[in-house]
Design a protein around this ligand. Structure first.
Ligand code: CMC
Length: 438
């Protein structure tokens, strides 16, 4: 698959600006919309495009993930998310995203073994995590640990050395799984468990998070399967805020650890990955009698104090987010298997039902997104809301790694450096401090 978008046979677009008659060539996509190359705009007309929020700007070509927001389609490397969620495991999907092909059995066994064998983290991380104040947000801890990892593995930092990149890839996947469980336990002053190489990636994540030292761990297979699927569903989502951040930071030839740390910080925002935590807080508020469902929905529609229905709406999906549909099914299965019928789940179902038949949401094409139901599963498994976004970040590691690697290999990559439309003072005469305020 070419990384850089190839030119099309289609006639270039003609753009007249003042006396300039510009020809803007088109580039071709294998699926979805193609693009116009706008370089001539600045070169010939001294103009730049103005597109706040990048609503209509492709910053890169990519062969990793395809999203069709109108038809509710999500594919990794051409494979439908539904098929991957049903038949694959998280590490299989991680391999697919990073290396471009589904692994055969021997390759997957080798890859899983490599990741498993690196899950032990340096002992210093125990002290490092203990040094954070109680109540500090785990996303800040997670970003800090990612930066800290870079200091332990200088041999994996060179962004131009294939061996260093291969090492960084495995180290990040492996260590962040252990660190995610450590963050959960250190927030609760619980002992940190060592990895068990004989167990699978997800099974051992759950054991290290919820197991008791020196006691046999017999996890619930329904819970483990749901966790595996959640990780798969959140593993990549093309050029969203955090992934674009990883690429932008990486475009300065910043090492993989530091680039991914920037992605973790971007993901923490409540409009992005932080929405799963906010969605659960919203459901809790409604349950605890803060607002009835009807009053809350009126506030949302009146945009009172910027109130939003968290876990609803998406920049790209203008129909049902396919990830939300799968997660909703699993929420049913997990709650049933744990015999934990959850009042919050019923509130969420009620909110969805109202929203899907309400003109406000219909006109704006707002549907549940990946964050609406995921928190309910995490909660049923035993995670506190503060851990929801770190779990999203853990799931997104393969996507960020794949996107960073693709960016580094793409001959079209330049250091990311957007322009601006300057709207400040043109030129002012400096007045020394003593002369101001008259
Ligand atoms: N509740 C109520 N109104 C909404 C919502 C919502 N969740 N989302 C969008 N709107 C309204 C918004 O007020 C605007 O109305 P109007 O046209 O009257 O001004 C219209 O819909 C378009 O919204 P927008 O903010 O211009 O759309 P956007 O593409 O810039 O934002 C979004 C997308 C995801 C940030 C937004 O839908 C949102 O804030 N959702 C809630 C937070 C959330 O669930 N985020 C997770 C996104 S999925 C996972 C991820 O990417 O991390």
């Amino acid at each position: 698959m070419p990384i850089t978008a190839p030119p099309t046979e289609a006639a270039p677009a003609r753009l007249s600006v003042g006396s300039c008659d510009l020809m803007l060539p088109q580039v071709e996509a294998t699926a979805g919309h193609g693009g116009l190359v706008v370089a001539a705009l600045r070169e010939q007309a001294d103009l730049v495009t103005y597109d706040p929020g990048f609503m209509n700007t492709a910053a890169t070509a990519s062969a990793i993930t395809f999203v069709d927001g109108k038809r509710g389609i999500l594919r990794y490397r051409g494979y439908p998310i539904e098929a991957l969620a049903e038949h694959a495991t998280f590490l299989e999907v991680a391999y697919l995203l990073i290396y471009g092909e589904l692994p055969d059995a021997a390759t997957l066994a080798d890859f899983s073994e490599k990741v498993n064998r690196h899950t032990l983290v340096p002992e210093q991380f125990r002290g490092f995590l203990a040094a954070f104040p109680r109540g500090g947000h785990p996303m800040s801890m997670m970003a800090s640990t990612m930066n800290a990892l870079a200091t332990f593995y200088p041999e994996a930092l060179n962004p131009h050395d294939p061996e260093a990149i291969a090492a960084a890839t495995v180290l990040i996947l492996a260590k962040m799984r252990t660190i995610t469980s450590y963050i959960h336990r250190s927030m609760r002053d619980e002992p940190l468990l060592y990895p068990d190489y004989a167990r699978g990636y997800v099974e051992d994540l759950l054991r290290m998070t919820f197991g008791v030292p020196y006691q046999q761990w017999n996890g619930n297979p329904v819970t483990a399967a749901a966790m595996d699927k959640l990780l798969i569903l959140q593993a990549d989502h093309e050029q969203n805020c955090s992934t674009s951040t990883v690429r932008l930071v990486g475009s300065a030839h910043t090492n993989l650890f530091s680039s991914v740390a920037a992605g973790i910080n971007a993901l923490s925002g409540p409009l992005h990955g932080g929405a799963n935590e906010s969605a659960l807080a919203m459901l809790e508020r409604i349950r605890s009698g803060g607002d009835s469902v009807a009053v809350f929905m009126r506030k949302v529609k009146d945009k009172e104090d910027g109130v939003r229905l968290m876990g609803f709406g998406h920049r790209v999906y203008k129909s049902y987010d396919p990830r939300a549909a799968i997660i909703k099914e699993h929420a049913h299965a997990v709650l049933d298997s744990l015999d934990a019928r959850d009042e919050l789940f019923d509130i969420a179902l009620g909110l969805e039902e109202i929203a899907l038949s309400d003109d406000y949401f219909i006109e704006r094409r707002l549907y549940p997104n990946v964050d609406f139901y995921s928190g309910l599963i995490y909660r049923a498994i035993g995670y506190s809301p503060a851990m929801f976004t770190p779990l999203f970040a853990l799931a997104r590691m393969p996507g960020w790694i794949a996107q960073w690697r693709e960016m580094m290999r793409d001959p079209a990559t330049r250091i990311g450096r957007p322009h601006q439309i300057y709207t400040g003072h043109i030129l002012r005469e400096f007045v020394p401090l003593a002369g101001r305020g008259d």
